[in-house]
Design a binder for this molecule. Sequence first.
Ligand code: IFG
Length: 534
Amino acid sequence: MRVLRRTLGTLLALGALGVCVSCTPARGDAGPDDGRPGGPRPAALGPYERLVPAPASARADGPGYLFGAGTVIRTGADASEEVRRVGELLAEQLRGPSGLPLPVVDGQDGDGIRLLLDGAAEGTGEEGYRLRTDPTGITLTARTPTGLFHAGQTLRQLLPVRGTGTVPGGTVTDAPRFAYRGAMVDVARHFFPLEQVERYVDQLARYKVNTLHVHLTDDQGWRLAVDSWPKLAEYGGGSEVGGGPGGHWTKEEYRELVAYAAERYVDVVPEIDMPGHVNAAQASYAELNCDGKAPERYTGIKVGFSSLCVGDELTYRFIDEVLGELAELTPGKYLHIGGDEAHSTPAADYAAFMDRAQQVVARHGKTVVAWHQLATARPAPGAVLQYWGHDRTAAAEKAAVVAAGKAGHPVILSPADRAYLDMKYDATTKPGLAWAGYVPVERSYSWDPGSYLAGLPESAVLGVEAPLWTETIANRGDWELMAFPRVLGLAELGWSPKSALGWDGYARRLAAQGPRLDAQDIAYHRAPDVPWGE
Ligand code: IFG
């Protein structure tokens, strides 16, 4: 007892002297107080502390590995073709910044970066992985090639932005919180060539986004060739918002996008919006209009004025043939049929139409995704709802989505006042819209998908998606200004455990991504609420 009293006395005395005996040393407490508010400048984050998305667990420990001229990438003697391809892609991704040869070899034993498939790898699931760095190398272990690819994206962030260097010893064990981690691009309002979309896929895959939703058709343009209805793309694709030339992808180009994305473990979810947002289709074929007259092509940005002719059987042959050709081009499980802003389709007609459109999707072996307005009709079994409401959305509308979610319809969360990348950051943002309010970086990040819609259990949340609508986005610069850095936050909300979320910590980790975004020549928004270059 006496010893305890003395010890306590000593501790109290030390405490009075301001000496901390049990807490972790304050960051950078060695340097002089540089007069910053809140004390000395925090020490820079180590490689395992600045990962985005934050992993389930990561810790630096032990001596590190020298990533340099001698480094090889080992896929293992019995590696499958797919594991070899993941190894080759990782090598390709690392050769540029490092300037190293990085040969990919079969043999497992020996120093280097090792890719290991292990069906029993603990705590990794279908997309997760384990990463271990020690002086002999960096071992990436996963149950699936998808997990190995994701491990490689984490490894990229442990390596210097350019050149070679020592990766500190450490361990990462990681797996995603949500299955669906998406980004959407609207190529209907403004047409974009394949290269720009593939560049976006590359950028997104670094942050473990696994779905690219492509909004292919709308009032202002039809962007994918359809053999059975050729004028859709040839004529309906020949304009865009503002009167530009528009354009469209051939089926071959679309197949190339799907393959490019698949190599990076990104599924493509194509959307043909219906029964509204169809002026481009109706301008292409007079017979798709109830009055038999084709409207002019539309280059404005109004919504809600068009509707397929729900009472005409031709409409159902049309959607059957279009969705049939699209299903053949889609290895993924989802077809998105839109369903939003059908303001020119009476509610009963809308419900009847969506019943039949959902049957068409099922007949072609795919699962429906639709904007959440489908909840006001009759979502087919298993149909997925994509919620795009916001803080001011009527309680009844939210309740309908929650009810559908609890009735077994998975919900993708894309709240317009958090996840819509076409929302201006603030009054000074040149491109973008503001109908859902301004969305600065912090607001875009500071919400929890697991508890966002009151009453919707986390188990009903399939994941999150960040849509980029392009009424006001016509070039790569504006695209990247609006998407970055906010899409990194959505990637984290989709991947990281709830315990890892928090603006203060994320803002510092996001700031540390700055040099990596610069190295990719991404013209991102240097938001004032992020401590860039700290
Ligand atoms: N809402 C429309 C989009 C687009 C968007 C722009 C949805 C589901 C506003 N529908 O978002 O077509 O115009 O922010």
